[in-house]
Every structure is written in structure tokens, then in C-alpha cells.
Ligand binder design. Structure first.
Ligand SMILES: [Zn+2]
Length: 420
């Protein structure tokens, strides 16, 4: 008799699997990455979403754990498109000091907390755009999160990133001193070796600074030639990875696009023509409005009082031009310049600068997922995608700041936050 029971139990476990916990999650609304639906719900089994639809049409198993959040909206786990988990706000410690004086060990310990704050804020995935002098600490952080050692978002990492000789900081030291930089310098054919070295050490994609503040007046000027960027792209692509470019000037953006970059970061001086060129080449634009806004405030601007500083005014105009051009606009705030966990700030500024809240929510979900080739796994709530699910209070397509009121966070089918 006992052996029969054991056999039945074994058959049950092997058929349905031990870890296949089921959840039935419901709220007033569900935003699937594209569209809002009233009174929808979804079913999670193990790591995956297995059903999404009107509440009455879904049939969870009797053993499913029910998560019900009246008044709330279910959204896909949010995707931060431009983070620096190894940095923290410059009004606490300026960038030069973080890069030059803080050990990688100290910075990594801090980053574990940044990672946790990011996840708890509903951002279940981040694309991290460089450690800024902390070597490959991002690769280690990603591994520790993947292994479940520490809580944090799923990460795609750049590692050290690449700059041209003479362009990047920290600057202003005696040239006799060997000052470590915030990224790895390389030029000409040496770019081949450096790209391969970064890939070897764990870079998921290659980030290049296509321009930087090294003009005669300290203004942004292109740093790499078109040929150099093409070389980087060719070496990167042959490994199955992609090139992404920091570029603020129109000329650097143009070179980056023609070289084959997939995303453009910052683009402060983007105009309609450049946006159209990006659109033609399928490039996604990451405006990082929050970085400009917060750095201006750190330099003394009291927001709402007096006229906008010049760079804020330029940013507002260029963001409108980008929208008018039809280029795909992703969500990435350059978080690290401002506190990790405050990622929604970028989304609030996108609305303030003229984008519809629903489109901003798409930017942080389906648009970012598409930009990173993850649309079949993330950024959309549909059967077969990973169970990265967030519930917030109210309706974020009416007021984007509702995304700050997080009541539930699930990543890979694991619950990290669950509040009434
Ligand atoms: Zn950045």
C-alpha cells in the first residue's frame, strides 16, 4: 500500500513538476505592454505567464495562489534602458571622486543595494551602460543576481565601455600621472583587440562614446571617425552582440547610425532629420532626460524658479523634435546620476516634455524589450513570456507617477514584494 502511494506521488510530481507554483493575479486593469484592458487577469506557472485575458475567462488550478489588488494596474516588469548600478548621485559624491578614490570593492558593495532598490521599484530588467572605472564589477553583480545570491534586476551589461584617447575623464591632472579613466581608451586597429577583450570579460554588448566634451571650448565633439566606429561594429556583430553609442552631437549620431549602432544614448542635439535617419536604420533613441535635469539642479538650478538653464531648454526642444521624427524612443534615465529606485523620474520627465503617459509606459516595456531583442520574453504580458509582473496603485496611463506606488513585484515567477 505504501509503495503504491509513493508511486502515485512520484507520478504526480514528475507530471506536474515540483517547482511549478501557480499564481492567479488580478487587479482593476492590466496593461499588456501595448494596450490597457479593464478587469483582466493573468496566470503564472513556474517562471512563465501561461494565460492572460478577461478575469471570467481564465481557469486557474484550485491550488493557485490568488493575488488580488483592487484599484491597481498590472504592468509588465519595467525595463530600465540606461542605468549605471556602479554609480550613485553626484550631489553626494562627485563623479571624479567615485571613479578615482573609491575602490571597486566599495563600489560593488554599494551596487548590491542599488540593485535591490531597482528591483523593489518594479524594474525587473536593466541595461547597464558601463561601470565608470569599476572594471567588470557589473558582470559579477549580474552573476550574483542570476544565482539568487542577492535580489536585483536581470542585467545586460557593458563592462568598461570604450572611449577615444584624450576625450574622456577624469581630466585636469598632470600628464605625468597615470590617471585611471572612467572607460577603456582605444583607437584605430587597437579597437579590435579591446572589443574582443571586453567580450571575453563579459560584456553583453559594446558601448562606445562616439563624442565627448573635448572641443576647444570643452563642448561636445565627435571622438571616433566613422571608419573606427564601423570597425567596432563589425568586430562586435561577428560575436552576435550589438554596438550602442553615447552621442550628443548630430555628427556623432550620424556616424553611429551609419556604422551600425542599435541605440543612441542622450542625443541632446537630435533634430527631426537625425531622428528620421535613426528611424530608417531601426535605431532606438534613449533621451536620458533625467540626467540633464538632475545635473542642472546639482549645479544650482531651482526647478520651477526662473528660466530653464540652456541645456534643459535644448533638451526640451530636441525631445519634441525626436517625437516628431517618428524614431522609436526608449526609456532610460542614466540612473545613478540620480538615486537607484527613482527610475520613474525619467518617465515623469518624458511626460513633462510632451509624451503621452501611455506611450511612456510602452517605452519602458514593449519598446525597450524590442530595442533589446527581448520582446518574446519580456516587456509584454502574453502567454509564453517570463513572469516579470508589477502591480501599481491607480492607473499610470492617467498619471505616470502612479508607477511610484508599487504594491507587487514578481521576477521570473518569484515574488519580491507584496503589499496590501
Ligand atoms: Zn550613462
Amino acid at each position: 500500500m505504501r509503495s503504491t502511494l509513493v508511486t502515485i506521488a512520484f507520478a504526480f510530481i514528475s507530471t506536474f513538476g515540483l517547482a511549478q507554483q501557480e499564481y492567479f493575479i488580478t487587479a482593476d486593469r492590466l496593461f499588456d505592454g501595448e494596450t490597457m484592458h479593464e478587469n483582466w487577469a493573468l496566470v503564472v506557472r513556474g517562471k512563465d505567464i501561461v494565460a492572460v485575458g478577461p478575469k471570467g475567462s481564465l481557469k486557474p488550478s484550485p491550488t493557485a495562489t490568488v493575488i488580488n489588488k483592487p484599484g491597481g494596474t498590472i504592468v509588465p516588469g519595467l525595463i530600465e534602458g540606461h542605468s549605471h548600478l556602479l554609480l550613485y548621485p553626484y550631489n553626494i559624491t562627485d563623479w571624479d571622486t567615485q571613479v578615482l578614490k573609491e575602490t571597486d570593492n566599495y563600489r560593488t558593495v554599494r551596487a548590491t543595494v542599488h540593485a535591490k532598490n531597482t528591483l523593489m521599484a518594479g524594474f525587473t530588467t536593466v541595461r547597464d551602460l558601463g561601470t565608470e572605472g569599476a572594471g567588470y564589477a557589473d558582470v559579477a553583480l549580474k552573476k550574483a543576481i542570476q544565482e539568487g545570491i542577492i535580489p536585483g534586476p536581470r542585467m545586460m551589461v557593458a563592462g568598461r565601455a570604450i572611449v577615444s584617447t584624450g576625450s574622456y575623464g577624469p581630466k585636469g591632472y598632470d600628464h605625468d600621472m597615470d590617471i585611471m579613466l572612467g572607460a577603456e581608451p582605444a583607437d584605430g586597429n587597437d579597437l579590435i583587440r579591446v572589443v574582443r577583450d571586453q567580450i571575453w570579460k563579459g560584456a553583453d554588448f559594446i558601448k562606445v562614446y562616439a563624442d565627448y566634451r573635448w572641443g576647444t571650448e570643452g563642448e561636445d565633439q565627435p571622438s571616433f571617425t566613422l571608419e573606427e566606429l564601423k570597425l567596432v561594429n563589425e568586430v562586435t556583430r561577428s560575436s552576435g552582440r550589438v554596438l550602442v553609442c553615447h552621442a550628443k552631437t548630430r555628427e556623432a549620431m550620424r556616424r553611429a547610425v551609419l556604422a551600425g549602432a542599435e541605440t543612441i544614448e542622450h542625443g541632446d542635439f537630435i533634430d527631426v532629420e537625425t531622428g528620421k535617419l535613426m528611424k530608417e536604420h531601426g535605431v532606438t533613441y534613449f533621451p536620458t532626460i533625467a540626467a540633464v535635469d538632475m545635473i542642472s539642479q546639482y549645479r544650482g538650478w531651482v526647478k520651477g524658479k526662473g528660466p530653464d538653464p540652456e541645456r534643459v531648454a535644448i533638451k526640451k526642444k530636441s525631445f519634441k523634435d525626436a517625437i516628431a521624427s517618428g524614431v522609436a524612443i526608449g526609456m532610460g534615465g542614466d540612473v545613478g546620476v540620480f538615486p537607484h529606485g527613482e527610475n520613474v523620474l525619467e518617465m515623469e520627465l518624458m511626460v513633462e516634455y510632451g509624451m503621452e503617459p501611455a506611450q511612456v509606459l510602452r517605452a519602458a516595456t514593449s519598446v525597450n524589450a524590442r530595442a533589446f531583442h527581448l520582446e518574446n520574453r519580456l516587456g509584454n504580458l502574453k502567454p509564453g513570456t517570463l513572469a516579470d509582473i508589477v502591480v501599481v496603485e491607480g492607473d499610470p496611463t492617467k498619471n505616470i507617477s502612479q508607477l511610484r506606488k508599487v504594491r507587487f513585484v514578481m521576477k521570473d515567477g518569484v515574488v519580491y514584494r507584496n503589499e496590501q
